[in-house]
Each structure stands twice: as C-alpha cells, then as structure tokens.
Design a binder for this molecule. Structure first.
Ligand code: ZN
Length: 295
C-alpha cells in the first residue's frame, strides 16, 4: 500500500478548512505547504459537495506537495439515531466521503465524523447501533477494494453524544477500517477540564496503545484547539485560538512534550478559528519542546 508509513517523518500539522487568504482547496494546499504545514482537513461539515474530478485533482496536488489529506464528515450524521431514515442518511453521507477518498487516491484518508447522540439509549445500545451503521459503510469500502480510506470516530465534546475515548476505542477494537480521531479539546470539556498535565495526555496514548496497538497510538489522527466549556456540566461551547484562554484550556505544551519525549507522530489538525496560523503555533511549540529536551 502506498504510504504505509505516512507518519514516519514525525508529527504533521494542518488546518481544518481553507484559510481565509485562499479561494478553495486547490489554492490552499500550496499555501499551507509554503507556510510549513503538511496536513489538511477538508471540511464537509455542511455536506459533501465534491465530485470525483475535483477530488482527483486535489489528491494529485496533495501527493505532489506531500500533504496528508483527511476530511470532516457532515455534522448531522447520527449512527445511533432512533429513526431508520436518519441512519440511512448517515450511511449516505459517509459513503459520499468514501467516494471522495477513492477519487483522491491519497495514501491514507481519515474520514472524521461524530458518531451520534444517545437519545435515551445506553452506551452499550448506542455502541451496537453505531457499529451496525458503520458496518454498512465498511462493506462499501471493502467492495470498492479500498485500502487507504478509514472511518475516524471523533471523541465528542458533549455529555449527550456517544463518543467517550473508551466508547470510541471499544468500537475501533471490534471493527476494521475504523480508527479513533482524538479531539483533545472535546476530551477536556467532557472531562470537566481533565487535560492538564503530561501524564493526562500520555494516558490517552497509552490507552490507545493498550486497545489498538503501538502503531495506532503513535500515528493517531488528532484535533486540537483551546475552547470554552461548561466545567460543571462538562459540555463544549466553542473553540478559541491557541493562547487566548487563561489558563489555556486545554494547554498544548504538555501534549507537545509527550510527543517529543515519546517520539510520537500524530496528525494534528488545528480546529481553532485561526486554523493554519494556530497549526503553525502548535508546530512551533513542539519545536520548542524538542529543543528543550535536547539541552
Ligand atoms: Zn468534529
């Protein structure tokens, strides 16, 4: 498989979506490359509106620039919905993302999505439903013979959503073509401000390693930003720029130190309102941690 070692060169950093200076993804890829970034997450949160021709051009350009692509699937996906019609619609949206992944021909294409809402169902019931819905998409990936496309289940930021780290890892350990997408800001909000120290971050990677193995843990797909959240109820409010919250919420430096000390190679997508600029800030913080470790 081409790109079997997409993370061999260390952590990758990139924005979620097209920076404001750019007119579209084809314009954004050389722009972010020029800035020093090497990952890019396409935002399909309001729907997948990309045909195979454009996707092919984007995949070729990203390959030439050595930028790793991923996408964020539509927000309204709910793999444990109560109504069959909503499940069918969720499968449809994920299949649309798979089609894009096929046309891209990218080495590794993570389709990030929020698995769903409990809607009164238990964690176990929701998990079963999420898996049966995902299985329909996995069947398509298999029928198409794709090896580059994986479903990236995101850790979610609200108590009403399926998607604690344990729930996500439980599903991923039982399903092919599924990987965790760790949103640290969401973990922090949901855990009422739990991501504070290096040990807190390291524990996330160790848990992934125990459940899915060392390779999955080292190269995990991540989202990072600071955010406002309700510390009593444990719900996210909104993402904010890196360094704007006081104290930082969550702080990127302890994560940077964990990455450096353990030689990890995650893909770090910045979901702050400043996208590429904050992705560069994150990259600089990792470089700072690296320099400090070598002293
Ligand atoms: Zn998300």
């Amino acid at each position: 498989m081409r790109g079997e070692k997409p993370h061999a060169a260390g952590p990758r950093f990139g924005p979620a979506g097209v920076p404001p200076e750019c007119s579209g993804i084809l314009d954004a890829l050389p722009f972010v490359k020029g800035e020093g970034l090497s990952a890019f997450e396409m935002e399909f949160v309001q729907g997948v509106k990309m045909g195979p021709e454009l996707a092919g051009k984007i995949g070729k350009l990203a390959g030439d620039l050595e930028i790793l692509l991923s996408c964020h699937a539509p927000y309204w996906i709910n793999c444990c919905a109560l109504e069959e019609v909503k499940i069918n619609r969720s499968v449809h949206h994920l299949k649309d993302c798979v089609d894009v992944g096929q046309a891209l021909g990218d080495p590794r294409f993570v389709i990030v999505f929020h698995p769903g809402f409990y809607l009164g169902q238990s964690s176990a019931e929701s998990g079963k439903k999420v898996m049966s819905t995902m299985q329909r998409v996995v069947d398509v990936i298999r029928e198409k013979g794709l090896r580059n496309v994986v479903l990236g289940m995101e850790t979610t930021g609200k108590q009403s959503q399926f998607g604690t780290l344990d729930e996500i890892l439980g599903v991923c350990s039982q399903m092919d073509f599924s990987v965790p997408a760790v949103d640290f800001a969401h973990l922090h909000a949901r855990g009422r401000g739990c991501m504070r120290t290096e040990d807190d971050y390291l524990a996330v990677f160790e848990k992934i390693e125990r459940k899915l193995g060392a390779t999955a843990a080292r190269g995990v797909h991540c989202h990072f930003s600071e955010l406002n959240f309700d510390p009593v109820k444990g719900n996210e409010r909104n993402h904010v720029p890196i360094g704007s919250a006081s104290p930082p919420s969550p702080d990127f430096m302890p994560l940077a130190k964990v990455i450096v000390k353990n030689g990890l190679s995650p893909v770090l997508i910045c979901e702050s309102p400043l996208q590429d600029k904050d992705a560069l800030k994150m990259k600089a913080i990792v470089e700072e941690a690296d320099a400090a470790a070598k002293k």
